[in-house]
Design a protein around this ligand. Sequence first.
Ligand code: ADP
Length: 594
Amino acid sequence: MNGIWKWFTQDGDEASVLARMVGENFVAYRRQYIIAICALVVISGTTAFSAWLMGPVVEEVFLGGDLDAAYRLSAVVVAVFLVKGIMTYIQSVTLNRIGNNMVARFQRRIYAHLLSLGAGFFTGQHSATLVARINQNILAIREMLNVIVLAGARDLLSLIGLVGVMIYADPLMSAIIFLAGPIALYTIGRYARRVKTIARDEVHLNAQVTTRIQETAHGIQIVKAFTMEERMREGLEGLTKQVEGRANKIAQLVARTAPLMETLAGLSVAGVIAYGGWRVVNEGYSAGNLASFMTALLLAYEPAKRLARLKVAVERSFVNGRMLYELLDTPPEAADGGPSQGEGPELPLTAGEVVFDDVHFHYGQGDDDQPVIAGMSFIAEAGKTTALVGPSGGGKSTAVALLQRLYEPTSGAITIDGTDISSVSLMSLRSQIAFVSQSPILFQGTVRENLRFARPAASDSEIEAAARSAQAHDFITAMPQGYDTPLSENASNLSGGQRQRLSIARALVRNAPILVLDEATSALDNESEALVQKALESLMAGRTTLVVAHRLSTIANADKILVIDGGRVADEGRHGELLGKGGVYSKLHAIGLQ
Ligand code: ADP
């Protein structure tokens, strides 16, 4: 048994995937597995028994001419097949239930894990590729469960039963036939290794096909405007051809086991007929025994063939299983930084003063990566508005991302009311911060649901009040189902200004003492601009606000302006003071602060 396991999992790779999968799941489904295995044992017993029955049929009925025995034996056959039918039903339903539940659990687990990963993980991935890959991986796991548990266990047990009958009927002949085994196993092992390398390529290529289609659907306006259709079509054609080639190769490798197996089977059956026949004729060997042996051999052939092919067939699933575990093994957010989601103490917030103290940060992992934040220090006073301005690429968005601990500084500290944010739990830090991003991101669901994401406990009247302050109530109620109107993908049925006001309303629902605002650079028409401005004013009132500012009105009204250049604060002051000084700020102001 150990030898079979070793052969099946020759590279150690499969062994770990399979052992982990069984280890993680067996206990949860212990009862069901026991039921299924009992049913499988009965099924294989009935198969072996029906092979054995051929002995008495030949001996008593055909040779002995006993008609009573014929009736008796046919009644037994009916009973045997009835039992087999019922047990097959039980086994199939139980194992499929386990499989379906395991897939559902994997999906939930992977989603929960994705949510726990840091922002860095997602910037390094194409979203559609990630989705496509996970989908494929999960489908393959289901296949693996079906193939290994259902086919594998059933076939293995049947084979054991049938081999038992063969040995019982004729040990010597069985021994000769079993010599074929190692030849088959060796050849199949070689094919399986080749499938493995191709399978990983196939998953990646398939994911790229999905990505390409999703990107096209997403950016159809640009595709058409730049008449990119032909190039996109060609790109997809190349990818699909490669996927097709890989899939054909895998199919070919799986099928390549057939000629070998068929030849081996032919040789075995031919040998049994010749040698067994010779013994019956010349040595008076029992014809009944030969019949049992032959039937068992013929019945064993199909399961043996499937089992032999199993390794090649599931190699692809192993590759997918491994990819899923790679994802699940990616450490969650803040695993090597400060405390993560639920751990760590609460942030003790009194006034809401934010301080950056000599903060350094670079995105990449390598030491030679360019620093994006290089010794940034400032104080954002409680309840006041601090505007971050400066040339593009200066590090403004990165600074506010650091405040939300989307990334951890490489050195220096960020404190809120004197507490280092890296010492408190992510959950408690972020629950004190409302965020309005540059491009308003809205989710599938109704307007009300989108606003409630910010604070699930918010009442309907709080949500409406927030929408009113954000100048969104009127256009929401003008929609056919008001607050219960479902938003289309990316809320594309709303105008840019409306989307922005919804995202401001969402931040108002959050009702957090600290506000992080990344102002949109895209210009709105004057009327929308005025409404968004009003919405922002209600949002900023009384909160410590850090705003990456692009609007002149926001900057002019700010209590403090930080000029961010080259990852540090180049200058700070109020609008009038900075203008008076000349320098970067007046240059920026002269070119319109975009
Ligand atoms: P600003 O908001 O002032 O325009 P950013 O903070 O967006 O500046 O960017 C500062 C620098 O960091 C830029 O050089 C940019 O290319 C780089 N950068 C921003 N985001 C990432 C990221 N996710 N990964 C790697 N580099 C990034």
